[in-house]
Write a new protein. Structure first.
Length: 69
């Protein structure tokens, strides 16, 4: 997997591990969290290349869900 310069910080990984502890306890570890952060970043980058309109829709939906919390 090519990270293209994206390296999750220790803080990013710790936050993801905390989220995984709630939502996916079997995978709540730093290695999985780091891989998930990188894959998510790459997925959104690729989605923007394929369908920029869909990327903006997904980002707006994410923002709406975040505001509900």
């Amino acid at each position: 997997m090519n990270m293209l310069g994206y390296i999750p910080t220790d803080d990013d990984i710790a936050k993801m591990v905390r989220d995984l502890e709630k939502n996916d306890p079997e995978n709540a570890n730093p290695i999985y969290a780091r891989q998930m952060l990188i894959r998510t970043k790459l997925m959104y980058r690729d989605l923007g290349r394929i369908d920029e309109e869909l990327l903006h829709k997904e980002m707006d939906e994410f923002k709406e869900k975040k505001d509900e919390i």
